[in-house]
Design a protein around this ligand. Structure first.
Ligand code: ADP
Ligand code: ZN
Length: 826
């Protein structure tokens, strides 16, 4: 789905950023090209003060003037030419470069392909604390504000500022709607602003304390008389000869820094820095035994090793049915790389769902494996990033964001479950796809890329079949285990709309045999929506105009799109009626239903509501594997990756929820989801079976999933894509316009379409324009939404016409997102 400039990695920089041939090496007299984290696709040139010429290098973050402010930007190149009035770099933030030229190539490609700025990409990819920020602090002067009432905004702001100075950002947030009052105070001279710089703080690792020499009983007794607290602390430090973190002492004795200080002055204890190491709870230590490879695995490894030894770029599509041992192929690849002194990135769809991957890699390769993602605590993220950069960690596992990991001597990027849509960033710039970026980065680093899945995206499979990727197939399950038989239940014929007769019977059997069941349902909460049976009223989200989901335990109605919530009404707010109908169902309802029907069943629920705590999913996964529950009930979270031999039954409560989405990928998603869930069973010697409940038993996405038949699905799907000119036969761009004012979205989306069509006509481009039309989610979080769809065949064509529009067309009170290769059509 992409393309790289023929002339090497720097050509696309020239193509879109308006800078002619920047270079990667600095020589005296040159100027620096700086990328700023702003949503404009343009880079800036600065001169270098003499005292800094020695430390100027590619990748160094610099503090530079921009308009009336100063910002932190990143050096991405050097040039001999500067525009008139060029300004000068103020200082460097850290002397250490934050990225290599290969990574810069990746940033540049992403910026150009996804119509975003290099600076924004760099900013999201580098660790925190590499930025100098400017903050405006507001102070109050002595004075009296006359002619205002106590609840006037100006009055309230002034009173608050008299108490203490505040940052302007804070004031803006708190008094969003009354900044006029603020301006008035400024004008009257009652308050003033001051710009301060905040620097990245250099905090070392965690500090610990230990004894300087063996425990001395005499000194201890002495201390006990003169300073009992010191004595206590001294004693407790002595209990662990290797020392303990300061925080432990504080936990036990309260904040006793002065006591520690005193002990250290007496030379009884000393401070030391505890080296950082990543702690992942719930990962049991298992000796990673290496199985003998199956024949298809062996064949795959021959191809992969060949590319590794040749040090060439190559992308492999590993198409292996569920349970065929794809992970083992990844492991052997990494083993090969480590032996050659190389490293690897392993991308997983969602870090919270990859207990097993982390476990397997850790147990096989130990300390060199690290988990890297954007939600790590700031401190941990910095340490992990540093560790990766110096080569302490050579195998990086992470979600989307880990594609930017600065792995030394990168040998492979592995994208597990490559069809997952979580690889695409949604909703907020930069809207990049980590899977596609993986292929590009592999090219830039001259290394291999492995895309693996049992249900590849139609695009990747197409590329695999057309020779763009090397196709590798693992057609059988390990130990010749059969794929589980799948029963399709036609819910139109069932009495009970939650669980069919057949599914209930099968669940009963499992309880008797002490085997495990996984139940999959697409929605959390109790019911999809509440419906008043007297007047037909159904409560909706005031911001999204969608029905609210009823969460019974909390007694709340929640919007699953914006998190709005309100208490569930007892009486209908429209007609005062009391007869509510709970339409549809979610995890919570099934949980309750099971508790009533099968009181003997131990159910474990796994969804967004129950898995909020950090690592909670890991804990649940291992508890379920140990057999603490008979049944695991959950949303998507249970559909992925689990390899649990005791699970002999998988039930899909409603197989067609996704099928009816207004999205051209609805069939593909349905097939993938069902095939993946079905693949969670039959993995042990006990075998397994699957029940899928549906209202569309004849649909090909469901029928092919019944036989785990990817090729069958693909053969039916491809002609439809071709006929409608959808990917892989075209590239899509989706432009989403949103505003709190309906009128603005309507007019500007029409305007934008006109402008696009004009350019297309003038340049005679082959681009098809659809829309504007309201998005399927036409109102979201208080914003009205319209979208425009562009289809074309050639890469980097829409970018050329959209880039100038993006930079120039920015009506007030309107937000425009340009989504290249969208995965979300809602
Ligand atoms: P996939 O990722 O393709 O669904 P897994 O990699 O989870 O499949 O493999 C399924 C199971 O088979 C795992 O328990 C794995 O340890 C085991 N396995 C993989 N390769 C082999 C092999 N060559 N011999 C024996 N067992 C294997
Ligand atoms: Zn909402």
């Amino acid at each position: 789905m992409f393309w790289i400039g023929e002339g090497g990695r720097y050509t696309f920089n020239v193509f879109l950023c308006g800078i002619t041939m920047a270079e990667l090496k600095f020589k005296e007299g040159m100027f620096v090209v700086v990328a700023l984290p702003l949503p404009i696709s343009k880079n800036f040139i600065y001169s270098v003060p003499e005292e800094l010429t020695d430390v100027i290098r590619l990748g160094v973050p610099v503090f530079v003037p921009f308009g009336r402010r100063n910002l932190t930007g990143y050096i991405i190149g050097f040039t001999d030419n500067a525009p008139e009035g060029v300004r000068s770099v103020k200082e460097i933030v850290t002397p250490e470069p934050l990225f290599s030229s290969e990574l810069l190539g990746l940033f540049t490609w992403i910026a150009n392909y996804y119509l975003t700025s290099i600076g924004l990409i760099i900013k999201v990819s580098v660790p925190p604390r590499t930025t100098i920020r400017e903050k405006i602090i507001v102070y109050a002067k002595e004075g009296i504000l006359e002619g205002f009432k106590e609840n006037d905004a100006a009055f309230v702001i002034y009173e608050e500022l008299k108490k203490r100075a505040l940052s302007k950002n804070y004031i803006k947030r708190k008094f969003k709607h009354s900044m006029d009052g603020y301006k008035l105070l400024l004008k009257k001279g009652l308050i003033y602003e001051e710009v301060v710089k905040t620097r990245p703080v250099k905090r070392g690792g965690k500090e610990g304390v230990q004894l300087t020499s063996p425990f001395d009983d005499d000194r201890y007794r002495e201390l006990k008389k003169s300073a009992p607290k010191q004595a206590e602390v001294y004693k407790s430090v002595s209990l662990l000869p290797e020392g303990l973190p300061k925080s432990e002492i504080y936990k036990k004795f309260g904040n006793t820094y002065s006591v520690l200080k005193a002990l250290s002055r007496k030379n009884l204890i000393t401070f030391f820095e505890i080296p950082f190491s990543q702690k992942i709870p719930y990962i049991p230590k298992r000796g990673g035994k290496k199985p003998k490879l199956t024949q298809p695995q062996e064949k795959a490894m021959i191809k992969i090793r060949d590319a590794v030894e040749d040090e060439r770029y190559e992308t492999f599509l590993v198409f292996g049915i569920t349970g065929s041992g794809k992970t083992e192929v990844y492991l052997r690849t990494v083993e090969t790389l480590l032996k050659r002194g190389k490293g690897a990135i392993v991308l997983v769809p969602e870090i919270s769902l990859t207990a097993q991957t982390i476990e397997v890699f850790k147990s096989r390769f130990g300390e060199t494996v690290v988990v890297y993602h954007s939600r790590l605590a700031e401190k941990e993220r910095v340490e992990v990033w540093k560790g990766i950069k110096v080569g302490k960690y050579r195998v990086v596992i992470g979600a989307r964001f880990a594609i930017f990991a600065p792995v030394k001597n990168l040998g492979a990027i592995i994208v597990d479950e490559e069809h997952e849509t979580t690889y695409k960033q949604k909703g907020k710039e930069p809207l990049y796809s980590a899977r596609d970026a993986a292929v590009v980065r592999a090219r830039l680093e001259k290394c291999i890329c492995i895309l693996g899945s049992a249900t590849p995206s139609v695009e990747s499979y197409y590329n695999g079949r057309n020779g763009k990727y090397t196709f590798i197939s693992l057609p059988e399950r390990i130990d010749e285990r059969e794929l589980p038989p799948v029963e399709i239940v036609d819910m139109r014929k069932e009495k009970d709309f939650l669980l069919s007769h057949s599914l209930i019977e099968k669940m009963r059997e499992r309880v008797k045999k002490n085997e495990q069941t996984i139940l999959f349902i697409n929605r959390r909460g109790f019911s999809n929506y509440l419906l008043c049976r007297d007047c037909g009223f159904s409560p909706r989200c005031p911001f999204c105009d969608l029905t609210l989901t009823y969460h019974r335990k909390e007694g709340l109605l929640k919007c699953h799109y914006c998190n709005y919530e309100e208490p569930a009404p007892r009486l209908c707010p429209e007609c005062n009626g009391s007869r509510f109908f709970y339409a549809g169902m979610g995890t919570e309802r099934i949980e309750q239903y099971l508790a009533e029907k099968f009181p003997e069943l131990k159910v474990m629920r796994m969804d967004f509501d129950t898995m909020r705590k950090k690592w909670a999913h890991l804990e649940s996964f291992f508890r379920f594997r140990k057999g603490e529950a008979n049944l695991l009930l959950g949303t998507q979270m249970v559909a992925k990756g689990f390899d649990l031999p005791m699970v002999t039954l998988v039930g899909v409560i409603s197989g067609d929820t996704v099928l009816n989405f207004p999205d051209f990928r609805a069939q593909e998603r349905t097939f993938q989801l069902l095939t993946q869930v079905a693949g969670r069973t039959g993995r042990g010697i006990l075998g397994g079976e699957v029940v899928i409940q549906t209202y569309s038993p004849k649909h090909y996405a469901i029928k092919e999933a019944q036989f785990h038949n990817y090729e069958g699905f693909y053969k039916k799907e491809l002609p439809i894509r071709k006929e409608l000119n959808y990917p892989p036969f075209s590239r899509l761009t989706r432009i989403i316009l949103s505003s709190s004012e309906k009128k603005i979205v309507e007019t500007s989306s029409r305007q934008l379409v006109q402008m696009i069509e004009k350019i297309i006509r003038k340049k005679r481009l082959k681009i098809e324009v659809l829309g504007p039309a309201p998005c399927p989610l036409s109102r979201l979080k208080g914003k009205y939404r319209y979208h425009i769809l562009l289809k074309c065949k050639k890469p980097f064509l829409v970018q050329q016409i959209l880039l100038p529009l993006k930079n120039e067309y920015n009506p007030r009170n309107l937000h425009i997102l340009y989504d290249i290769d969208p995965v979300d059509m809602m």
